[in-house]
Design a binder for this molecule. Structure first.
Ligand code: PMT
Length: 405
């Protein structure tokens, strides 16, 4: 997919710059013609010679180091680029691009580039969550810049938190996705739900579940990389949502119902990966409940089934994808949900199998339509599972209106 494509790789000054070598090598091996631009700060972490050797092209650092008098380097590089990847992208590099600054080779080239831009941020977790950085990323996302989320793990500063540069293979997959699938969802509005819901018992206690939001977030990120305009409705989550999507927080089943039903009429494709509570406490205590006696019996009432409500609202041009967390009788339960909730596809995760379901970074998905099993995906990262599910949904989107009109 990248064969013969010219990719500009912007490397900025963070410790993760060393990973740019692996990324550069993988992009080159995938057939891309890679031109590297480094900031001065990046050269403190990795040498231009490393990236020159791996890319087999001269590396650019200084705007005024004009080697070919017949062109202006930063304009020439920008004009010939099919795609720009900035990895790692520091808070400073993100701020410069958001603010339109052009004070070095990378920032001036980016200002002149008209091709798609993918940013892979890497920084300390507090920097990543700083309101200025968040606002800059939102601004860039609103201009169509795409993001590959940093991973969670040991950071160079000693924290174990979010901020680690995404793995080179995930960045390459995102680039491949754009070349292979980019634009497939262009002009389409996607609504995704993620995370668990919380159902309050009193001001300090609630009922919830193990959903981290990772599966729904992976779908939102993948759809955004495919060109969709994504709205993400998130309940209680344990990881940061992806940049580049519109986020609406809806912690309880009732709030999620309200948000999702309001947004649904606009959506072309809706994917309901959230784990919504089936029951909530019948009464919510205004004050902290005091203990009394050896037993406490909670009285619960059914919540509204959001997916089923959407199934009833669904118009012929809309595609509705449900999820199901099951431990047995996968096909039987999947088909029951598909018919009862009027879904076009149901993705079942057998949550009792290793690596599948809640919390982890991988999932096992069995995808069903009204005729039965469509595809049984192997154990994959949630990112890859999301891409494969969306590939199937994209094919169906082409037909939905036609089938039911
Ligand atoms: O967030 P992660 O940690 O990454 O975990 C991902 C996941 C396991 C939560 C996800 O892959 C998943 O399976 N989500 C659906 C879990 C679930 O609630 O399944 P269910 O079988 O109870 O519900 C079936 C479908 O109905 C789901 O699409 C659910 O969103 C929807 N539902 C359920 C109840 C309700 N009141 N309203 C609903 O819309």
């Amino acid at each position: 997919m990248m064969q013969g494509k010219t990719i500009l790789l912007g490397v900025t000054g963070g410790i993760a710059a060393y990973k740019a070598a692996a990324l550069c090598s993988r992009l080159t091996q995938a057939g891309a013609n890679v031109h590297v631009i480094m900031t001065e700060a990046a050269t403190k972490f990795i040498t231009p010679l490393t990236l020159q050797t791996l890319s087999r092209n001269a590396v650019h650092v200084d705007t005024f180091d004009e080697r070919d008098p017949s062109v202006v380097s930063h304009i020439d590089l920008a004009d010939h680029a099919d795609f720009v990847v900035i990895a790692p992208a520091t808070a400073n590099a993100i701020a410069k691009l958001a603010g339109g600054f052009g004070d070095d080779m990378l920032s001036t080239t980016l200002l002149a580039a008209t091709c798609p831009i993918l940013i892979a941020p890497a920084m300390n977790v507090h920097m990543y969550e700083h309101p200025a950085v968040v606002r800059n990323m939102e601004l860039l996302a609103s201009r169509g810049v795409m993001f590959v989320e940093p991973g969670t793990g040991q950071l160079a500063c000693g924290y174990v938190a979010k901020g680690r540069l995404a793995e080179p293979e995930d960045i390459v997959a995102a680039v491949e996705q754009w070349f292979g699938r980019g634009g497939l969802l262009k002009g389409k509005k996607l609504l995704v739900t993620a995370g668990g819901t919380i159902e309050r018992l009193d001001p300090v206690r609630y009922l919830t579940n193990d959903s981290s939001g990772k599966m729904g977030f992976a779908i939102a990120e993948a759809a955004s990389l495919m060109g969709a305009e994504v709205t993400l409705v998130a309940g209680r989550v344990s990881v940061k949502p992806p940049a580049g999507v519109r986020l609406i927080e809806a912690p309880s089943a009732a709030e999620m119902l309200e948000a999702v039903t309001a947004l649904f009429p606009e959506a072309d494709l809706t994917v309901k990966a959230a784990a919504v509570a089936d029951y909530r406490p019948l009464a919510v205590s205004e004050h902290k409940m005091k203990k009394s006696g050896d037993k406490l019996i909670l009285e619960l009432e059914r919540t509204t089934d959001i997916l089923q409500t959407l199934g009833e609202m669904k118009q012929p041009h809309q595609l509705l994808v449900g999820f199901a967390a099951e431990t047995e009788n996968l096909e039987q339960y999947a088909m029951d949900k598909l018919w009862r909730k009027n879904c076009d596809l149901v993705a079942v995760n057998p949550v009792n199998r290793p690596g599948a379901g809640f919390n982890g970074d991988t999932n096992l998905l069995f995808i069903y339509d009204s005729n039965g099993l469509v595809e049984e995906l192997p154990l994959l990262s949630k990112r890859e599972a999301a891409r494969r599910l969306l590939d199937i949904a994209v094919e169906r989107l082409k037909d939905v209106g036609r089938d039911r009109a």
